[in-house]
Design a binder for this molecule. Structure first.
Ligand SMILES: [Mn+2]
Length: 270
């Protein structure tokens, strides 16, 4: 069995299929993991979800910020924006099916036997993988409950926040969602900063550091997406940056866990 971890797909079904063909992906024998942002912005939201769901148990993913936003749009918590490019699902008779499919996906996947895990954006450097998995499951439990729309209504917010284990209620869940699906930078005292999109060199001047800089999770490796401007380079042995800007016309990249190599194909050509 081979395992491949693919970066942010964003509804770019054709690059995904080209990439899987490049590595001879066999859904009967191999496993595909996806670091989230399965849909949003790119051209084929519904067809991409159909393709991935069809892979059944050979496919595993985590939710990204765009997937959570799509859930908010599909449940009418948010109005659709033309940029979202998810109108095909909004107007589909299968919309409720995709709401249920998406809200049952996790925020973190970990395989202890291979010491490999994935999230969309990152984890807090004060956490071990076990802690992060437990925190992710708090959100997952809520998303699977009947009250999930309440969480979608309250998950938005850009306030910089420190991690404290006594955070509770919706603030705690929002903090976890922000860390797992949106974070790029931390302040000097490990506050989670959510607005800076500058490259690392420029962010440094603002006192911000990439979230993974002080991360100590060896022997674990953590795959993540979300941050296309890193161009796949995090310069840290314990993390694998896999978003290489497919939806921006750059590349779609996967990590071959067995061979420990990257494979890329051209991204979406508008
Ligand atoms: Mn993202």
């Amino acid at each position: 069995m081979a395992r491949y971890i693919v970066g942010d797909i964003h509804g770019c079904l054709q690059p995904l299929q080209a990439l899987l063909q490049r590595v001879d992906f066999d859904p009967k024998a191999d496993e595909l993991w996806a670091v989230g942002d399965l849909i949003g912005r790119g051209p084929q939201a519904q067809a991409t979800l159909e393709f991935l769901a069809e892979l059944g148990s050979s496919f595993r993913c985590v939710l990204g910020n765009h997937d959570l936003h799509a859930l908010a749009v599909f449940t009418e918590v948010k109005r659709i924006n033309a940029k979202d490019n998810t109108a095909d699902i909004v107007h589909s008779r299968d919309r409720d099916f995709w709401v249920d499919w998406l809200r049952k996906q996790p925020l973190l996947v970990a395989d202890g036997s291979q010491a490999i895990a994935m999230v969309h954006a990152g984890i807090h450097p004060d956490w071990r993988i076990d802690d992060a998995a437990a925190y992710a499951s708090e959100v997952e439990l809520y998303l699977r409950s009947r009250q999930f729309v309440t969480l979608l209504e309250h998950m938005y917010g850009n306030e910089t926040q420190q991690w404290h284990d006594d955070l509770s209620g919706i603030d705690r869940l929002r903090f976890f969602i922000n860390v797992f699906t949106r974070m790029r930078y931390l302040t000097a005292d490990y506050g989670v900063e959510l607005t800076c999109k500058a490259p690392p060199a420029q962010a440094l001047d603002m006192g911000l550091r990439p979230w993974f800089e002080q991360l100590k999770i060896a022997p674990w490796q953590l795959a993540f997406g979300h941050w296309a401007s890193l161009e796949g380079k995090a310069n840290h042995d314990s993390v694998l940056a896999l978003d290489t800007g497919c939806v921006w016309g750059e590349q779609l990249t996967l990590w071959d866990c067995e061979r420990k190599t990257r494979v890329s194909v051209p991204g979406w050509q508008r």
